[in-house]
Design a protein. Sequence first.
Length: 213
Amino acid sequence: MRRFLYILALFFIYILLCARSCDNGSDFRARREQMKLQYTRDSISAVFSSYAVSPNTLHAFEENAKIKFTDLLDYLEIFTDPDIAPEFRQHTGQMIRDLFLSENCLLHFTGRHGKAWTNLSVNELVNTGPVFRKSMAIMQPDSLWIERGLHLVNDSTFYGKIGFSSSKPLPDTDNQSYYPAGGYIDFYAVQRIRNFGSDTLKIWTVLLGENGY
């Protein structure tokens, strides 16, 4: 009996030591993951949340803005496709919203021969009915440039302007509008709060603004 109790005691001691070892291993892994998270956070903070923005960084923001403008045109092509499923169209509409500084930014649409057709806010655009979407034909510009380089507005905002044009003739079709064949669109580099784990950072983000002629 004493031998059995001795073996049983050794068994419980073994289980306890294994549990502590597992706990220690888990604690180590948790601390290691926390250190990696903190290192990544500090790296992002050093690159993207600095108030001192270099000329090279501003140039990168400007190139990013041009990419976002072409993304907008691609999203609009998807959004106006009559064969797109409603769920996918709704997702694309949200992607369009996410490109802009505000859903109240106005977009300028033109009709045939470059005549003004209508102005819509981003929010109005993504909530338009099928009749309006059917009347749109998206035209990609053949020329895109930085009309006005980014310049400081305040300690958390830079403002610039993209110019674009197209030499392609607009299709001579009734009841269609074309977005847009030439003009400009504002863009911004702004600092916005982003969640990072249990912490937050102010990260520079490039966003589009209003467009017109």
